[in-house]
Design a protein around this ligand. Structure first.
Ligand code: ADP
Length: 218
């Protein structure tokens, strides 16, 4: 379904979200105070505006209340980010997603009703740390402080073993939700089929359990 997004702040984060959503076929309004940033997404957004997210007249003029999602990706100007979030929540937009610069900013955004808060640098940092510290971790999504979804490479050590043999749920408290093989994802893997070295196991669980599984099995 085609959705309507407004993105306020077109730095690296805001502009890349803008392009992705537009390529996915959604309607995207892109706004930044900096004309050059707006120019850079022209043709990669449905409509572009040079303007300030804190400007209530501009928000009114573009009919911000009609958007399903507003993404606020204003960088260092925390005050502008907070004020923009407040105005947009006042317009009853159902999904207001905001990029936070630090923990203090996060707390304020939470208090004023931001529906989702991103820390792209921090999130990317923990993903990269996970790749750097393991040869078998291919991708990683943090679900919370404790839980994550992880893609792990099956090594020679598990080749020939089946999911029944490994039984990660019983032995480690984590679950294999899918297996990627030759570029295809199998979301209902056969528990009695042997694994190959090079298969990618997509697993969910507590980070400590996932680490125990990785260290024990792979
Ligand atoms: P990133 O880490 O995403 O690259 P930046 O700080 O580089 O973050 O980008 C933030 C963007 O937000 C900049 O393009 C800046 O011009 C824009 N911006 C800052 N304040 C406002 C505001 N009040 N309204 C709209 N855009 C803003």
């Amino acid at each position: 379904m085609r959705k309507q997004f407004a993105i306020i702040g077109l730095g690296r984060f805001g502009s890349s979200i803008c392009k992705e959503l537009y390529h996915m076929g959604h309607e995207v309004f892109a706004i930044d105070t900096d004309e050059k940033k707006v120019e850079a997404v022209r043709g990669l957004a449905t409509q572009t505006f040079v303007g300030n997210g804190t400007d209530e007249n501009l928000l009114e003029q573009i009919g911000i209340r009609n958007f399903d999602h507003v993404i606020i990706a204003i960088g260092d100007d925390i005050q502008a980010s907070i004020l923009t979030t407040l105005h947009i929540k006042d317009h009853n937009v159902p999904n207001v997603w905001v990029k936070a610069q630090n923990d203090y900013h996060h707390k304020v955004l939470e208090k004023i009703g931001a529906d989702r808060i991103f820390h792209p640098e921090k999130e990317m940092g923990s993903r990269i740390a996970a790749y750097l510290t393991s040869d078998t971790v291919l991708d990683y999504i943090d679900l919370s402080a404790d839980y994550s979804i992880i893609e792990m490479l099956a090594t020679k050590k598990v080749a020939g073993k089946t999911l029944v043999d490994l039984d990660p749920r019983k032995n480690f408290g984590c679950t294999i939700i899918a297996i990627k093989r030759a570029g295809k994802v199998d979301v209902t893997p056969d528990p009695s089929a042997p694994l190959n070295a090079g298969d990618i196991l997509i697993m969910i669980g507590d980070k400590r359990d996932l680490r125990r599984f990785r260290e024990g099995q792979l």
